[in-house]
Design a protein around this ligand. Sequence first.
Ligand SMILES: [Zn+2]
Length: 171
Amino acid sequence: MKYKFCPICGRKLIMRNSWDEGDVPYCPVDDIMYFDLPKPCVVVAVVKENEILLMKQSYIFKNCKVLVSGYVTNGETVEETVIREVKEETGITINNIKYLGSDTIPKSELLMLTYMADYVEGEIIKSDEVELVEWINIEHAIEEMKEDKVGKRVVRKVLKEIGYNYIYSEV
Ligand SMILES: [Zn+2]
């Protein structure tokens, strides 16, 4: 976010040079520079044999399923976020968390850290934030994720990791 006013004292910020970053909004009262930082969040593909965990959340996309996702909270490691979000949204316990790279959505100020993880145990118990959680055959997952560009990229990486790259290189 590009700050104009100090979130602490409400004063109009002035610009101050910050060597590497150029001019940055600054509050001389609180002595804080307000950098235009992204919001880190995680996107997780949970894999169980040949199935992948997909959810439906209409407020994100109307006609498309998505992977588990959520914001990293202050004081939490990203690995903890991955485990917590999967547990909270689906009731599932995971392990073998593997980083697949990152994506950005500048308009939403999101920095999306993408992961895959293995199912360990648990029945699906969806949170109230979610309309549907289900295991989908990994070969058909991308067809169900039409609008979710980042999610599809993650699933393609997962397919590659587990050896489906020949079939899905064209999707
Ligand atoms: Zn201030």
